[in-house]
Design a binder for this molecule. Structure first.
Ligand SMILES: [Zn+2]
Length: 276
């Protein structure tokens, strides 16, 4: 195995809140998770925090990747099951508001780079065969959300009206979570792993890969302040920290979301950059 050249950065949305993203790496793999929970003033069957969930699932998944047995889908299914077993006796795991997470995972073998993407975090692959970096993201959550938003008017954040609307929206969204024809996230049902997008790329053809939570990919997809190529250039020339700096700088120019409508002014932001 050659040297691993991997850079990681993660930053909470604000200093007074836990970072619900997770990033971690082992010599042959890296994972990024972005946690989601129930609105804090509503009842859920789980007394664990979202940060606990992403941390616990992320470390379990890294362990499963390290064994190199079976597929990434298997590794994720095992990890979801393992985490569920840690709180099945104390929490009601059937509650739709149990903590959940998006997952992006990469594993390098001698011949291939294997990838897995579940829900709306972003994988960017820079490969020899394509002029532009390839973006892989699971759009099912966005599709469901877009349908629901047709019934809701947008309130720029942060305002009380927006908070209420957001609760209604989140509750409506939860009705479609981990359902056929809905969207899939890692939570308490290992079956979600089967619905992840997966693929492999010959290892000799990969130049670099980036794993981003949607709080970090904003610079490209929401704000459109950088192309995919510029994104990879920022990561290569500077580091993932600089990408997050640029996201925060952009967000500060638009605190009320009038230029870039978004559910949160700032979001936890995580980026991992792996150069091959
Ligand atoms: Zn729990």
């Amino acid at each position: 195995m050659t040297n691993v050249r991997l850079a990681l950065a993660t930053e909470a949305a604000s200093a007074d809140r836990a970072n619900e993203d997770f990033v971690g790496a082992i010599p042959n793999g890296v994972v990024v998770l972005d946690g989601a929970g129930y609105p804090p003033d509503l009842q859920t069957g789980c007394h664990h925090s979202v940060a606990w969930y992403t941390r616990t699932l992320g470390t379990s998944l890294l362990g499963a990747l390290g064994t190199e047995d079976g597929s990434l889908t298997d590794a994720l299914a095992q990890s979801i099951k393992a985490v569920a077993s840690l709180h099945s006796s104390t929490c009601d795991l059937a509650h739709p508001g149990s903590p959940s997470a998006t997952v992006v995972a990469l594993r390098r073998t001698n011949t291939a780079l294997e990838w897995l993407v579940l829900s709306d975090s972003v994988l960017v692959l820079d490969v020899d065969a394509a002029a532009e970096p390839i973006v892989i993201t699971d759009e099912r959550l966005d599709d469901v959300a877009a349908d629901l938003r047709t019934h809701l008017t947008y309130h720029p954040s942060p305002s009380k009206a927006h908070g209420k609307e957001r609760h209604r929206f989140q509750e409506a969204l939860l009705q479609h979570r981990n359902k056929e024809d809905g969207y899939w996230v890692a939570s308490t049902d290992p079956l979600a792993a089967e619905h992840a997008l997966t693929g492999t790329v010959p290892i000799h053809s990969v130049r670099a890969a980036a794993l981003l939570s949607d709080g970090a990919s904003r610079l490209v997809d929401l704000c459109q302040l950088a192309t995919r190529r510029q994104l990879m250039d920022i990561l290569a020339a500077d580091d993932p920290d600089e990408l997050i700096n640029q996201v925060r700088k952009a967000e500060r120019t638009d605190p009320d979301g009038s230029r870039w409508p978004r559910s949160k002014a700032h979001d936890d932001a995580t980026a991992a950059y792996w150069r091959f």
